[in-house]
Write a protein that binds this ligand. Structure first.
Ligand SMILES: [Fe+2]
Ligand SMILES: [Fe+2]
Length: 303
């Protein structure tokens, strides 16, 4: 984008799904992420569902207790193909009903992605699909009103909202993805650079950028730098999402925190795959400017 990105007047980001449910007894937690991003420009507000968690039932359940009607969702954006961010897609489309829903994702969405199993035996012996699984076939998605828009480059999705596209790996400590996975392409099993991992950035007048990521396999600092580069907005108000530092070295965690500080990131809201050790280190580095994510956590741009 040649020009500085436009500004939204307001954004409200509601955590529909996260690994923790906070203190609200009606909410249900599950390993995954789903945010409702409500962007106001002038008199118009658009609702973007960013990721769907692994199961639509859990997201729909939490939405019900938050008083959010699925049919008010204007579009869906997927951070990357992994099941904990996409598993609920077809189910959410069924919940929406009544109108077609644009779905923004990377062109590799339907390729077969694999991960070596983890956890107790025998799961750790098994390589299994980690991408679009179950009913999330292209055919099913279209049948239930999903209008797929597959794009790999950054662009302004609506005034004030950047789709970050494929993230350039510019930091020396984030050259490798934060998870070892494979991809099948042309009948060959290849190492997966997880090039589909991306983010949204909302530029709010008077506040700055709100960067919303899913798993940050491409490196959260790379993501923030990409959002700054393509929006041409230097002020980062908040970075939100899973940072996937759960198995990262202390060195990578420390360098990540230093880099976020150098970029003058004002607030951090992280959870999901960030990991306890990294969360503790972020708190140590950012103090009260760090807050944990949980189901029901709402982030307002005017806070
Ligand atoms: Fe992931
Ligand atoms: Fe994830």
């Amino acid at each position: 984008m040649a020009e500085k990105m436009k500004q939204a007047n307001k954004v409200v980001i509601t955590t529909l799904l996260e690994n923790h449910s906070g203190i609200e007894p009606n909410f249900t937690a599950q390993h995954g992420v789903s945010f409702l991003i409500e962007v106001t420009v002038g008199k118009n507000t658009k609702k973007i569902l960013f990721d769907t968690g692994p199961s639509s039932e859990v997201v729909a359940h939490n939405m019900k207790y938050m008083g959010i009607k699925p049919d008010t969702i204007d579009m869906i954006a997927l951070s990357h193909c992994h099941y904990d961010h996409t598993g609920g897609l077809t189910g959410i489309l069924k919940e929406i009903q009544g109108h077609d829903v644009p779905i923004l994702a990377h062109p590799s969405l339907f390729e077969i992605h694999l991960v070596a199993g983890s956890g107790p035996k025998p799961r750790n012996w098994l390589t299994r699909p980690i991408g679009m699984v179950g009913e999330n076939t292209e055919e099913n998605i279209k049948k239930h009103g999903g209008f797929l828009t597959l794009a790999s480059n950054p662009f302004e999705l609506m005034p004030g909202v950047l789709w970050a596209g494929e993230i350039e790996r510019v930091t020396d400590f984030e050259k490798t993805p934060t998870l070892v996975t494979r991809i099948i392409r042309d009948g060959k099993v290849l190492n997966d650079p997880i090039i589909d991992d991306t983010a949204l950035a909302i530029n709010v007048a008077g506040a700055g950028l709100f960067v919303v990521s899913g798993c940050s396999h491409s490196g959260i600092v790379n993501i923030v730098k990409q959002c700054i580069k393509f929006s041409q907005v230097k002020k980062v108000k908040a970075v939100i999402g899973g940072f996937h530092l759960i198995n990262a070295s202390n060195d990578r965690i420390e360098k990540t925190i230093s880099a976020l500080k150098e970029l003058n990131v004002e607030k951090i809201y992280s959870g999901h795959c960030t990991g306890f050790k990294a969360q503790a280190a972020i708190y140590h580095g950012f103090g009260d400017a760090f807050e944990e994510l949980y189901v029901g956590k709402v982030i307002h741009s005017d806070l």
